[in-house]
Design a protein around this ligand. Structure first.
Ligand code: AMP
Length: 429
Protein backbone atom coordinates (compact mmCIF):
# COMPACT_ATOMS: atom_id res chain seq x y z
CA UNK A 1 0.00 0.00 0.00
CA UNK A 2 1.35 3.46 -0.84
CA UNK A 3 0.92 6.32 1.54
CA UNK A 4 0.56 9.95 0.60
CA UNK A 5 1.57 12.74 2.91
CA UNK A 6 0.85 16.41 2.95
CA UNK A 7 2.33 19.04 5.26
CA UNK A 8 0.57 19.37 8.60
CA UNK A 9 -2.02 22.18 8.62
CA UNK A 10 -0.32 25.58 8.90
CA UNK A 11 3.06 24.19 7.78
CA UNK A 12 4.45 24.93 4.32
CA UNK A 13 6.77 23.31 1.81
CA UNK A 14 8.62 26.09 0.06
CA UNK A 15 9.75 24.91 -3.37
CA UNK A 16 12.66 26.72 -5.06
CA UNK A 17 10.54 29.52 -6.56
CA UNK A 18 8.87 30.28 -3.24
CA UNK A 19 12.00 29.77 -1.19
CA UNK A 20 14.05 32.10 -3.36
CA UNK A 21 12.19 35.24 -2.32
CA UNK A 22 12.55 34.42 1.34
CA UNK A 23 16.22 33.54 1.01
CA UNK A 24 16.89 36.89 -0.65
CA UNK A 25 15.34 38.51 2.40
CA UNK A 26 17.65 36.47 4.64
CA UNK A 27 20.54 37.94 2.64
CA UNK A 28 19.11 41.44 2.82
CA UNK A 29 18.59 41.28 6.58
CA UNK A 30 22.16 39.99 7.05
CA UNK A 31 23.44 42.86 4.96
CA UNK A 32 21.51 45.33 7.10
CA UNK A 33 22.96 43.74 10.25
CA UNK A 34 26.48 44.13 8.98
CA UNK A 35 25.89 47.72 7.80
CA UNK A 36 24.73 48.70 11.30
CA UNK A 37 27.21 46.58 13.27
CA UNK A 38 24.88 43.82 14.56
CA UNK A 39 26.46 40.41 15.12
CA UNK A 40 24.60 37.24 14.31
CA UNK A 41 23.72 34.63 16.92
CA UNK A 42 22.23 31.19 16.33
CA UNK A 43 19.47 30.29 18.77
CA UNK A 44 17.92 26.94 19.73
CA UNK A 45 14.52 26.05 18.28
CA UNK A 46 13.39 24.38 21.49
CA UNK A 47 13.33 26.34 24.75
CA UNK A 48 11.95 25.64 28.19
CA UNK A 49 8.28 26.47 28.70
CA UNK A 50 9.09 28.76 31.62
CA UNK A 51 11.13 31.10 29.43
CA UNK A 52 7.93 32.28 27.76
CA UNK A 53 5.46 31.64 30.55
CA UNK A 54 6.48 34.74 32.49
CA UNK A 55 6.43 37.57 29.99
CA UNK A 56 5.42 36.62 26.48
CA UNK A 57 1.82 37.65 26.93
CA UNK A 58 -1.40 35.67 27.14
CA UNK A 59 -2.13 35.29 23.46
CA UNK A 60 1.27 34.02 22.44
CA UNK A 61 1.46 31.78 25.50
CA UNK A 62 -1.83 30.11 24.68
CA UNK A 63 -0.70 29.37 21.15
CA UNK A 64 2.65 27.77 21.81
CA UNK A 65 3.58 24.32 20.58
CA UNK A 66 4.21 22.86 24.02
CA UNK A 67 5.21 19.29 24.71
CA UNK A 68 7.09 17.08 27.12
CA UNK A 69 10.37 15.72 25.78
CA UNK A 70 11.57 12.19 26.45
CA UNK A 71 13.44 13.42 29.52
CA UNK A 72 10.18 14.68 31.00
CA UNK A 73 10.95 18.40 30.47
CA UNK A 74 8.15 20.76 29.53
CA UNK A 75 9.43 22.48 26.40
CA UNK A 76 8.18 24.63 23.53
CA UNK A 77 9.00 25.30 19.89
CA UNK A 78 10.01 28.96 20.23
CA UNK A 79 7.15 31.38 19.52
CA UNK A 80 9.50 34.39 19.49
CA UNK A 81 13.21 35.01 19.93
CA UNK A 82 13.70 38.07 22.13
CA UNK A 83 13.31 35.93 25.25
CA UNK A 84 16.12 33.64 24.05
CA UNK A 85 18.39 36.62 23.42
CA UNK A 86 17.60 38.05 26.87
CA UNK A 87 18.33 34.64 28.41
CA UNK A 88 21.72 34.45 26.67
CA UNK A 89 22.66 38.01 27.60
CA UNK A 90 21.64 37.43 31.24
CA UNK A 91 23.58 34.20 31.52
CA UNK A 92 26.50 34.31 29.09
CA UNK A 93 27.23 37.78 27.78
CA UNK A 94 27.49 39.91 30.89
CA UNK A 95 31.20 40.47 30.33
CA UNK A 96 30.75 41.72 26.76
CA UNK A 97 31.21 45.47 26.22
CA UNK A 98 27.90 47.29 26.03
CA UNK A 99 25.94 48.27 24.13
CA UNK A 100 25.62 44.90 22.47
CA UNK A 101 24.12 44.67 19.03
CA UNK A 102 22.76 41.21 18.19
CA UNK A 103 21.04 39.86 15.12
CA UNK A 104 19.30 36.56 14.29
CA UNK A 105 17.27 34.82 11.65
CA UNK A 106 14.81 32.33 13.13
CA UNK A 107 11.80 30.24 12.28
CA UNK A 108 9.06 30.60 14.87
CA UNK A 109 6.03 28.53 15.74
CA UNK A 110 2.63 29.84 16.81
CA UNK A 111 -0.65 27.97 16.66
CA UNK A 112 -2.34 30.88 14.86
CA UNK A 113 -5.31 30.36 12.54
CA UNK A 114 -3.70 29.96 9.09
CA UNK A 115 -4.65 32.69 6.59
CA UNK A 116 -2.93 35.05 4.19
CA UNK A 117 0.28 36.20 5.83
CA UNK A 118 -0.33 34.13 8.94
CA UNK A 119 1.32 30.75 9.26
CA UNK A 120 2.10 28.36 12.07
CA UNK A 121 5.75 28.33 11.15
CA UNK A 122 7.16 31.62 9.89
CA UNK A 123 10.46 33.49 9.62
CA UNK A 124 11.77 36.55 11.36
CA UNK A 125 14.98 38.57 11.23
CA UNK A 126 15.54 40.27 14.58
CA UNK A 127 17.83 43.02 15.83
CA UNK A 128 18.40 43.70 19.53
CA UNK A 129 20.33 46.65 20.98
CA UNK A 130 21.21 45.82 24.56
CA UNK A 131 22.69 48.00 27.28
CA UNK A 132 21.51 51.45 26.24
CA UNK A 133 18.46 53.15 27.70
CA UNK A 134 18.87 56.22 25.54
CA UNK A 135 16.29 57.55 23.12
CA UNK A 136 18.98 57.50 20.45
CA UNK A 137 19.08 53.69 20.64
CA UNK A 138 15.34 53.38 19.91
CA UNK A 139 15.71 55.93 17.14
CA UNK A 140 18.51 53.90 15.55
CA UNK A 141 16.20 50.89 15.36
CA UNK A 142 13.31 52.78 13.79
CA UNK A 143 15.64 54.26 11.18
CA UNK A 144 17.17 50.84 10.57
CA UNK A 145 13.78 49.24 9.99
CA UNK A 146 12.88 52.05 7.63
CA UNK A 147 16.13 51.43 5.77
CA UNK A 148 15.34 47.73 5.50
CA UNK A 149 11.95 48.47 3.95
CA UNK A 150 13.60 50.86 1.47
CA UNK A 151 16.15 48.21 0.55
CA UNK A 152 13.35 45.68 0.14
CA UNK A 153 11.66 48.04 -2.32
CA UNK A 154 8.69 48.87 -0.05
CA UNK A 155 8.88 52.63 -0.27
CA UNK A 156 5.28 53.11 0.85
CA UNK A 157 5.91 51.79 4.36
CA UNK A 158 4.90 53.69 7.48
CA UNK A 159 5.19 53.28 11.20
CA UNK A 160 2.60 53.00 13.89
CA UNK A 161 4.23 54.11 17.13
CA UNK A 162 3.04 54.06 20.72
CA UNK A 163 4.54 54.03 24.18
CA UNK A 164 3.39 51.59 26.84
CA UNK A 165 5.57 53.42 29.36
CA UNK A 166 2.87 56.09 29.40
CA UNK A 167 0.17 53.53 30.24
CA UNK A 168 2.35 51.79 32.79
CA UNK A 169 3.20 55.10 34.48
CA UNK A 170 -0.49 55.98 34.72
CA UNK A 171 -1.37 52.58 36.17
CA UNK A 172 1.63 52.86 38.49
CA UNK A 173 0.26 56.11 39.93
CA UNK A 174 -2.88 54.17 40.88
CA UNK A 175 -0.81 51.26 42.27
CA UNK A 176 -1.91 48.68 39.69
CA UNK A 177 0.54 45.74 40.05
CA UNK A 178 2.72 44.85 37.10
CA UNK A 179 0.98 41.58 36.20
CA UNK A 180 -2.35 43.38 36.00
CA UNK A 181 -0.73 46.08 33.87
CA UNK A 182 0.47 43.31 31.51
CA UNK A 183 -3.06 41.90 31.26
CA UNK A 184 -4.60 45.33 30.64
CA UNK A 185 -2.09 46.01 27.84
CA UNK A 186 -2.73 42.54 26.40
CA UNK A 187 -6.46 43.25 26.14
CA UNK A 188 -5.86 46.72 24.70
CA UNK A 189 -3.66 45.08 22.06
CA UNK A 190 -6.55 42.86 21.06
CA UNK A 191 -8.88 45.84 21.13
CA UNK A 192 -10.86 44.30 24.00
CA UNK A 193 -11.31 47.48 25.98
CA UNK A 194 -14.20 46.09 28.03
CA UNK A 195 -12.00 43.32 29.35
CA UNK A 196 -9.17 45.74 30.03
CA UNK A 197 -11.49 48.03 31.96
CA UNK A 198 -12.91 45.09 33.91
CA UNK A 199 -9.46 44.44 35.37
CA UNK A 200 -9.29 48.09 36.42
CA UNK A 201 -12.84 48.19 37.83
CA UNK A 202 -11.61 48.17 41.44
CA UNK A 203 -9.43 51.25 40.85
CA UNK A 204 -10.67 54.87 40.70
CA UNK A 205 -12.76 55.69 37.61
CA UNK A 206 -10.30 58.47 36.87
CA UNK A 207 -7.73 55.89 35.71
CA UNK A 208 -10.16 54.28 33.26
CA UNK A 209 -11.18 57.69 31.96
CA UNK A 210 -7.70 58.91 31.32
CA UNK A 211 -6.71 55.62 29.61
CA UNK A 212 -9.74 55.62 27.31
CA UNK A 213 -9.32 59.34 26.60
CA UNK A 214 -5.69 58.76 25.65
CA UNK A 215 -6.67 55.98 23.22
CA UNK A 216 -8.35 58.48 20.90
CA UNK A 217 -5.19 60.53 20.54
CA UNK A 218 -3.56 59.60 17.25
CA UNK A 219 -2.00 61.20 14.19
CA UNK A 220 1.17 63.05 13.21
CA UNK A 221 3.84 64.13 15.67
CA UNK A 222 2.88 67.72 16.45
CA UNK A 223 -0.82 67.15 16.84
CA UNK A 224 -0.44 64.09 19.04
CA UNK A 225 2.05 65.52 21.47
CA UNK A 226 -0.01 68.62 22.02
CA UNK A 227 -3.19 66.65 22.69
CA UNK A 228 -1.57 63.98 24.82
CA UNK A 229 0.29 66.61 26.83
CA UNK A 230 -2.98 68.25 27.71
CA UNK A 231 -4.61 64.98 28.78
CA UNK A 232 -1.67 63.93 30.90
CA UNK A 233 -0.81 67.30 32.43
CA UNK A 234 -1.71 66.18 35.94
CA UNK A 235 0.28 62.96 35.80
CA UNK A 236 3.94 63.85 36.03
CA UNK A 237 5.43 60.31 35.61
CA UNK A 238 3.32 59.73 32.47
CA UNK A 239 4.40 63.10 31.08
CA UNK A 240 8.02 62.08 31.46
CA UNK A 241 7.35 58.97 29.37
CA UNK A 242 5.55 61.04 26.75
CA UNK A 243 8.52 63.37 26.58
CA UNK A 244 10.73 60.32 26.02
CA UNK A 245 8.57 59.27 23.06
CA UNK A 246 8.88 62.73 21.57
CA UNK A 247 12.66 62.58 21.97
CA UNK A 248 12.87 59.16 20.26
CA UNK A 249 10.86 60.32 17.28
CA UNK A 250 12.79 63.56 16.95
CA UNK A 251 16.02 61.59 16.84
CA UNK A 252 14.53 59.13 14.33
CA UNK A 253 13.71 62.05 12.04
CA UNK A 254 17.20 63.50 12.54
CA UNK A 255 18.69 60.12 11.57
CA UNK A 256 16.72 60.17 8.33
CA UNK A 257 13.19 58.75 8.81
CA UNK A 258 10.74 60.98 6.90
CA UNK A 259 8.36 62.58 9.44
CA UNK A 260 5.28 61.69 7.42
CA UNK A 261 6.06 57.99 7.83
CA UNK A 262 5.50 58.23 11.58
CA UNK A 263 1.95 57.79 12.77
CA UNK A 264 1.48 57.92 16.52
CA UNK A 265 -1.30 56.07 18.29
CA UNK A 266 -1.56 56.59 22.05
CA UNK A 267 -4.03 53.71 22.35
CA UNK A 268 -1.58 51.24 20.82
CA UNK A 269 -0.31 48.24 22.79
CA UNK A 270 1.51 45.09 21.65
CA UNK A 271 0.84 41.47 22.58
CA UNK A 272 4.21 40.77 24.18
CA UNK A 273 4.06 41.56 27.88
CA UNK A 274 7.71 42.52 28.31
CA UNK A 275 7.51 45.94 26.66
CA UNK A 276 8.20 48.85 28.98
CA UNK A 277 8.58 51.85 26.65
CA UNK A 278 8.26 52.77 23.00
CA UNK A 279 6.58 50.19 20.75
CA UNK A 280 6.25 50.25 16.99
CA UNK A 281 5.00 48.33 14.00
CA UNK A 282 5.69 48.82 10.33
CA UNK A 283 3.02 48.57 7.61
CA UNK A 284 2.85 48.87 3.83
CA UNK A 285 -0.19 48.50 1.56
CA UNK A 286 -0.60 45.01 3.07
CA UNK A 287 -2.91 45.48 6.03
CA UNK A 288 -1.04 43.22 8.40
CA UNK A 289 2.08 44.32 10.28
CA UNK A 290 5.36 43.60 8.51
CA UNK A 291 7.54 44.11 11.57
CA UNK A 292 7.27 45.05 15.20
CA UNK A 293 9.36 45.90 18.19
CA UNK A 294 9.95 48.06 21.19
CA UNK A 295 11.83 48.65 24.42
CA UNK A 296 11.99 45.96 27.08
CA UNK A 297 14.05 47.23 30.01
CA UNK A 298 13.18 44.54 32.57
CA UNK A 299 13.45 41.25 30.70
CA UNK A 300 17.17 40.66 31.25
CA UNK A 301 16.90 41.21 35.02
CA UNK A 302 13.85 38.93 35.07
CA UNK A 303 16.11 36.19 33.68
CA UNK A 304 18.64 36.65 36.47
CA UNK A 305 20.82 39.34 34.87
CA UNK A 306 21.46 42.84 36.20
CA UNK A 307 19.18 45.77 35.36
CA UNK A 308 19.90 46.21 31.70
CA UNK A 309 17.92 48.38 29.31
CA UNK A 310 17.26 46.89 25.89
CA UNK A 311 15.33 47.58 22.74
CA UNK A 312 14.77 45.67 19.51
CA UNK A 313 12.54 44.68 16.63
CA UNK A 314 11.78 41.73 14.40
CA UNK A 315 10.79 41.67 10.75
CA UNK A 316 8.19 39.15 9.57
CA UNK A 317 10.04 38.01 6.46
CA UNK A 318 7.17 35.96 4.98
CA UNK A 319 4.94 39.01 5.07
CA UNK A 320 7.61 41.29 3.61
CA UNK A 321 7.95 38.82 0.78
CA UNK A 322 4.19 38.78 0.26
CA UNK A 323 4.14 42.58 0.21
CA UNK A 324 6.97 42.58 -2.35
CA UNK A 325 5.14 40.13 -4.61
CA UNK A 326 1.92 42.16 -4.42
CA UNK A 327 3.73 45.42 -5.07
CA UNK A 328 5.56 43.86 -8.03
CA UNK A 329 8.95 44.54 -6.50
CA UNK A 330 11.62 42.70 -8.39
CA UNK A 331 15.26 42.65 -7.57
CA UNK A 332 17.47 43.38 -10.46
CA UNK A 333 19.43 40.20 -10.91
CA UNK A 334 22.68 41.35 -12.40
CA UNK A 335 24.41 38.02 -12.18
CA UNK A 336 23.99 35.25 -14.73
CA UNK A 337 23.64 31.54 -14.63
CA UNK A 338 26.01 29.17 -16.38
CA UNK A 339 25.95 25.40 -16.76
CA UNK A 340 29.37 23.81 -16.96
CA UNK A 341 29.24 20.57 -18.92
CA UNK A 342 31.98 17.97 -19.04
CA UNK A 343 32.85 16.21 -22.28
CA UNK A 344 34.94 13.40 -20.84
CA UNK A 345 36.02 12.99 -17.29
CA UNK A 346 39.76 12.66 -17.27
CA UNK A 347 41.81 14.61 -14.82
CA UNK A 348 42.71 17.51 -17.09
CA UNK A 349 39.08 18.03 -18.08
CA UNK A 350 37.81 17.99 -14.48
CA UNK A 351 40.60 20.30 -13.33
CA UNK A 352 39.84 22.78 -16.10
CA UNK A 353 36.12 22.63 -15.29
CA UNK A 354 37.03 23.34 -11.66
CA UNK A 355 38.99 26.39 -12.75
CA UNK A 356 36.13 27.62 -14.92
CA UNK A 357 33.61 27.18 -12.07
CA UNK A 358 35.85 29.04 -9.63
CA UNK A 359 36.42 31.87 -12.08
CA UNK A 360 32.71 32.26 -12.79
CA UNK A 361 31.62 32.09 -9.16
CA UNK A 362 34.54 34.01 -7.75
CA UNK A 363 34.85 37.27 -9.60
CA UNK A 364 31.27 38.14 -10.31
CA UNK A 365 29.36 35.85 -8.01
CA UNK A 366 27.68 34.25 -11.03
CA UNK A 367 25.68 31.12 -10.48
CA UNK A 368 27.78 28.39 -12.03
CA UNK A 369 26.39 24.88 -11.87
CA UNK A 370 28.37 21.74 -12.66
CA UNK A 371 26.42 19.25 -14.70
CA UNK A 372 26.98 16.03 -12.78
CA UNK A 373 24.59 13.96 -14.87
CA UNK A 374 25.83 11.54 -17.50
CA UNK A 375 23.69 13.03 -20.28
CA UNK A 376 25.05 13.84 -23.72
CA UNK A 377 26.22 17.37 -24.56
CA UNK A 378 23.19 17.77 -26.81
CA UNK A 379 20.84 16.91 -23.98
CA UNK A 380 22.75 19.17 -21.62
CA UNK A 381 22.07 22.05 -24.03
CA UNK A 382 18.33 21.34 -24.13
CA UNK A 383 18.28 21.09 -20.33
CA UNK A 384 20.13 24.42 -19.97
CA UNK A 385 17.75 26.09 -22.37
CA UNK A 386 14.67 24.75 -20.55
CA UNK A 387 16.09 25.85 -17.18
CA UNK A 388 16.84 29.38 -18.30
CA UNK A 389 20.64 29.22 -18.22
CA UNK A 390 22.35 32.20 -19.83
CA UNK A 391 25.49 30.32 -20.82
CA UNK A 392 26.67 26.78 -21.33
CA UNK A 393 30.37 26.19 -20.80
CA UNK A 394 31.70 23.01 -22.39
CA UNK A 395 34.96 21.55 -21.16
CA UNK A 396 36.41 18.59 -23.11
CA UNK A 397 39.74 17.04 -23.90
CA UNK A 398 40.24 19.22 -26.94
CA UNK A 399 39.64 22.33 -24.84
CA UNK A 400 41.84 21.05 -22.03
CA UNK A 401 44.77 20.70 -24.42
CA UNK A 402 44.44 24.36 -25.39
CA UNK A 403 43.53 25.64 -21.91
CA UNK A 404 40.28 27.10 -23.22
CA UNK A 405 36.58 26.43 -22.64
CA UNK A 406 33.78 26.68 -25.20
CA UNK A 407 31.12 29.12 -24.09
CA UNK A 408 27.74 29.43 -25.74
CA UNK A 409 25.40 32.33 -25.15
CA UNK A 410 22.04 30.58 -24.98
CA UNK A 411 20.07 33.66 -26.01
CA UNK A 412 22.06 34.62 -29.10
CA UNK A 413 23.47 31.22 -30.00
CA UNK A 414 26.97 32.69 -30.32
CA UNK A 415 29.68 30.27 -29.27
CA UNK A 416 33.34 31.12 -28.69
CA UNK A 417 36.42 29.58 -27.17
CA UNK A 418 37.67 31.53 -24.18
CA UNK A 419 40.97 31.03 -22.30
CA UNK A 420 39.89 30.01 -18.80
CA UNK A 421 41.82 32.85 -17.15
CA UNK A 422 39.74 35.34 -19.14
CA UNK A 423 36.50 34.14 -17.59
CA UNK A 424 34.10 35.68 -16.92
CA UNK A 425 35.09 38.92 -18.70
CA UNK A 426 35.13 37.47 -22.21
CA UNK A 427 31.71 35.88 -22.39
CA UNK A 428 30.12 35.98 -25.85
CA UNK A 429 27.34 38.56 -26.45
P1 AMP B 1 5.90 39.78 16.99
O1 AMP B 1 6.98 38.75 17.24
O2 AMP B 1 4.56 39.32 17.41
O3 AMP B 1 6.32 41.13 17.46
O4 AMP B 1 5.77 39.89 15.40
C1 AMP B 1 6.72 40.51 14.57
C2 AMP B 1 6.34 40.26 13.13
O5 AMP B 1 6.33 38.85 12.85
C3 AMP B 1 4.93 40.70 12.76
O6 AMP B 1 4.90 42.07 12.47
C4 AMP B 1 4.65 39.84 11.55
O7 AMP B 1 5.21 40.43 10.39
C5 AMP B 1 5.36 38.55 11.85
N1 AMP B 1 4.42 37.52 12.30
C6 AMP B 1 3.87 37.37 13.53
N2 AMP B 1 3.06 36.28 13.58
C7 AMP B 1 3.09 35.72 12.34
C8 AMP B 1 2.48 34.56 11.73
N3 AMP B 1 1.68 33.75 12.41
N4 AMP B 1 2.74 34.32 10.43
C9 AMP B 1 3.56 35.12 9.70
N5 AMP B 1 4.17 36.21 10.22
C10 AMP B 1 3.95 36.51 11.52
Amino acid sequence: MTMRFRPVRGMRDLLPDEARGLIRLFDLSRRLASLYGYEEVILPTIESYELFAAKSGGEIKERMYTFTDLGGRKVVLRPEATASVARIVASKMLGYPKPLRLFYIVNLFRYDEPQKGRYREFWQAGYELIGSGRALADAELIEMLSRFMEMAGLRDHRFKVGHVGVHRALMGIFKVPEHEQDDVLGFIDRDQWDEAMKILSSYPAELRDVLTGLASVKGGMDKVFEEAWEQLSRYEPALRELERLREILRYAVMLGVPRERLFIDMGFARGLAYYTGVIFECYSHLRVALAGGGRYDKLISLFGGPDMPATGFAIGLDRVHLAQVEAGVSYEDRTFKALVVLAGEDERVVRLAGEALRALRGKMGARAVLDVSARSIKRAFSYASAQGYDYVVVVGRREAEKGVVSVKNMKTGVQVEVPVEELPERLPD
